[in-house]
Design a protein around this ligand. Structure first.
Ligand SMILES: Cc1cc2nc3c(=O)[nH]c(=O)nc-3n(C[C@H](O)[C@H](O)[C@H](O)COP(=O)(O)O)c2cc1C
Length: 489
């Protein structure tokens, strides 16, 4: 199933009773706090805010687009009835058969129903909340799809980057260092040029999912969205930039990220982050975006997803973060590694489970991970043997607490690529120009049985799979069964 626009998606979500309409909120902290409390609750709804104080009725903000199992699946085109092994098989097939489906160019879209250009551009008419108490300003974009083109290679990138509203035709754009959007911007800057950009502020949900998804350099997230939704993304060629504008867009800004020699940088931030802290306290200098044209539907809907501490996870689909753990295993295999049982997460750890074939085998896998070749290195990585399910925190923590010798098994990797939103780097370190970022250390916990004497490691005190199965067959009616427990021992 796929959606041609956001309204169709909201109507479908409404059929499942997951839409709540809220009218009359104050955009200064009230709307944002309602959104936050909902997102932190047990069953976050899709809240659709209308009649926002100071703004025209019908100019709406849709929040929490993805934060439930049903919404996560509708947006990612995952059948609602798949569970267990069937779901795992579906995710596996989807990841392993992944390929780009290029967008389909069309001639028009309702997004051109209203047009503001040049001096007529007035972003102040769109509802723009002050979301968190210590934010440095009001934010128009927090669930957007931002589209740029590599000036040398010609491919089109899509990412989601927040936009603070500065004045009627200027916004900010926070592109963390190392994100493709930052690299593409700086390639234009190196040529002395402004970087053309399209910012869609509301769009059908697969575009939000894949704006936030990491794809390799050179791979267009628009093509991957087309693959996942099962139909090409419809786009229109932007009149000023030539960039593809999603036909499903509710509001599109056609704009340029201004070279700092052409327009001065502007303080951006602070902003509350999902890490649970504010980043960029006091603001940091970032290039300014000049908006040359705005296209918008009648009664447009902005999609907003500002960060919330311990908020609803956008991967509630049951598939994992876009099948990301399956994807990581595939990436490791493609990098030439073998005998990987899987990649999972337990508490603060990224966990790799390996069937060790020789001394140093698993550490090579960890070193590759920590190089940042497949994305930002995890802050804490744990290596475990293949008797440990990397998704099962109870098993992972048991391995960590029993198989490590802290004097030998803890490895520090210094000076790694990290997110600029990390709270821990010292104030001195944060004095570097944040547009190009920080580095930080990472830790590897080697919770493997040492290869040289793994066969002499004390046997595990647990029922063997064979005996377990035999007993369950005979006495199962008395046992509260945990299907996963004991697998792989
Ligand atoms: C709702 C949402 C908001 C996001 N906001 C930002 C942001 O403000 N700045 C940023 O650098 N990344 C942000 N991200 C993460 C990036 O969009 C994401 O890492 C993406 O893969 C980057 O794409 P790129 O490497 O193609 O540039 C956000 C993601 C989501 C889903």
């Amino acid at each position: 199933m796929h959606f041609d626009d956001l309204r169709e998606y909201i109507a479908k979500v409404d059929e499942f009773g997951e839409v709540e309409r809220i009218n009359g909120t104050d955009p200064h902290l009230e709307l944002g706090t309602i959104y936050t409390i909902n997102a932190q609750g047990p069953n976050p709804m899709l809240f659709l805010f209308d009649e926002i104080k100071g703004y025209q009725k019908g100019y709406r903000i849709a929040t929490n687009l993805l934060g439930s199992r049903i919404r996560g699946r509708l947006a990612r085109n995952i059948p609602l009835d798949l569970e267990g092994e069937d779901l795992a098989e579906f995710s596996h097939k989807r990841i392993y058969e992944k390929r780009g489906v290029p967008p389909e160019y069309v001639d028009t879209s309702p997004v051109f129903d209203n047009i503001m250009e040049g001096d007529d551009v007035d972003l102040a008419r769109f509802p723009t909340p002050f979301w968190h108490e210590l934010d440095g300003g009001i934010y128009l974009g927090s669930g957007s799809a931002c589209i740029t083109r590599d000036p040398d290679e010609g491919w089109v990138n899509m990412g989601s980057y927040r936009s603070q509203l500065f004045d009627r035709n200027h916004v900010g754009l926070h592109t963390a260092h190392g994100h493709h959007g930052q690299v593409i911007r700086d390639k234009w800057f190196e040529k002395g040029l402004d970087c053309p950009i399209v910012i869609s502020l509301g769009q059908e949900p697969s575009l939000l999912v894949f704006s936030g998804n990491v794809e390799p350099w050179g791979v267009s997230e628009i093509d991957i969205a087309g693959y996942i939704r099962g139909a090409p993304v419809k786009v229109i060629k932007g009149p000023r930039t030539g960039l593809p504008i999603p036909a499903s867009s509710e509001i599109t800004l056609e704009a340029f990220i201004m070279h700092p020699d052409h327009e001065p940088m502007h303080l951006e931030g602070a902003f509350g982050e999902s890490s649970g802290y504010y980043s960029h306290i006091g603001g940091h200098a970032a290039p300014t975006i000049r908006v040359d044209a705005v296209y918008y539907r009648n009664d447009p809907i902005i999609t907003a997803q500002p960060p919330v501490r311990n908020g609803a996870r956008d991967d509630a689909s049951g598939e994992g973060r876009d099948g990301g753990e399956v994807g990581l295993t595939k990436t490791l295999t493609e990098a030439g590694f073998h005998d990987i049982r899987g990649v999972g997460h337990a508490g603060p750890f990224t966990v790799i489970s390996v069937h060790q074939m020789y001394a140093g085998h698993a550490k090579r896998v960890a070193d590759w991970f920590m190089s940042g070749a497949g994305g930002r290195p995890p802050r804490m990585l744990a290596l475990v043997d293949d008797d440990i399910d990397p998704h099962d925190a109870r098993e992972v923590f048991w391995a960590i607490s029993t198989r490590i010798d802290p004097a030998e098994s803890v490895h520090i990797y210094r000076d790694r690529w990290t997110s600029p939103t990390q709270p821990r780097p010292s104030p001195e370190k944060k004095e570097v120009p944040l547009e190009h970022g920080l580095t930080m250390g990472c830790v590897l916990i080697d919770a493997l049985k040492p290869f040289a004497w793994k066969d002499q490691f004390p046997p595990t005190n647990d029922v063997s799979p064979e005996l377990r199965q035999k007993i369950i067959e005979k006495w199962g009616e008395y046992l509260a069964l945990e299907p996963e427990r004991g697998r792989g021992r």
